[in-house]
Design a protein around this ligand. Sequence first.
Ligand SMILES: [Zn+2]
Length: 393
Amino acid sequence: MKKLVVGISVLLVLACVGAGAYILRPQPQAATVMTVEVKGEVVDVKDGVMTVRTESGEEYRLVFAEGVKTEEEVGAEDKIAVTCACATDAAQPFPVTAVNSHVKPKLIEVKGLHGLVTAVEGSVVTLKEDTVLNREVKLDVSKVSNLPSGLAAEDELTVDARYWDNHPDVPWEAVAVMRIEKPAPPDPTDPEVVDDEKPNPNALQDGDVTPNGFQVRVINGITYIDGVLIANKTYRLPMSYNPGGLTKECKRAFEEMKAGAAEDGYTLKIVSGFRSFETQYVIYWRYVRNDGQKAADTYSARPGHSEHQTGLAMDLNSLKSAFGDTPEGKWLAAHCHEYGFIIRYPKGKSGITGYIYEPWHVRYVGVELATRLYESGLTLEEYFGIDSEYYEG
Ligand SMILES: [Zn+2]
């Protein structure tokens, strides 16, 4: 009898445990399948599984459904956007049902890239290229077999390199170093910076009136037309003219413009502001040495002729002609007059201003004149009726 009672108790206990276990067990859920678009960069493709990293850093493992794409067609670093059936509880790769866009990185090779080293940080070298646009290129030199030790800023470097066209942020990969020129030690016989340019007989003189009826004043060698300081290829500034930086009014106007741009969601930053006669002298003659005077004259001002010496001009954001087509460039062109600035060297006016299109270079002239120039589409030269041409006599 005792045995039987124990047996029943054990059975009861077992029944209870069983019932409890049954109640506690989660209900089996059906995997929810959603269709999502995954957009990002391919990290790798292995055994038919492609790993894609989105911009926010999430990684998706995807497998191509039959007939969509094959492993051979997609490679690491490709940019891809696919539609896939994404299961909420799946540990398996999601099947791709459609490829919406697919860009393969394009490898571009550059031979004889030449410029001035401006920084060396680990294996990344910043090179200021000696071209019209004078752009800065980041070079990864880690895989160069013939890299001499002691590469430093101020060196002139020539390399063969390659870069991924659709990956603007990835440093260019240096393939081989062709040449390094160390800066020459200071030569005591080097000529000093001098201001020996002959006066331009075509420049209007103090007391003259321009063909468009504006009064010319020349004070301490500086030409003002209708009160506006002029620096171009005809009119130059003396070496002694040095406001020490951007003028107060120009700086204040820029701060206001920067705030106005920020309100509209754009960032403006000064890339190059004031440059002294001496700085311009060094820059200009370096270009002449590397590129010849004829070429240098199309993109760099001779000392005394640079608007940067006025303290009223600055280069913004990017020294690329494509800057004019960016949202910031378009905003600048449409609004800078509201703050007293003009795009000094507009498109299609290089025969008049003497300089190539520079959507990044603005000059402060005050709101009233800037607005008049903006509305008329005239350059300073056209508005006043003056030239911008070097005197080669
Ligand atoms: Zn400039």
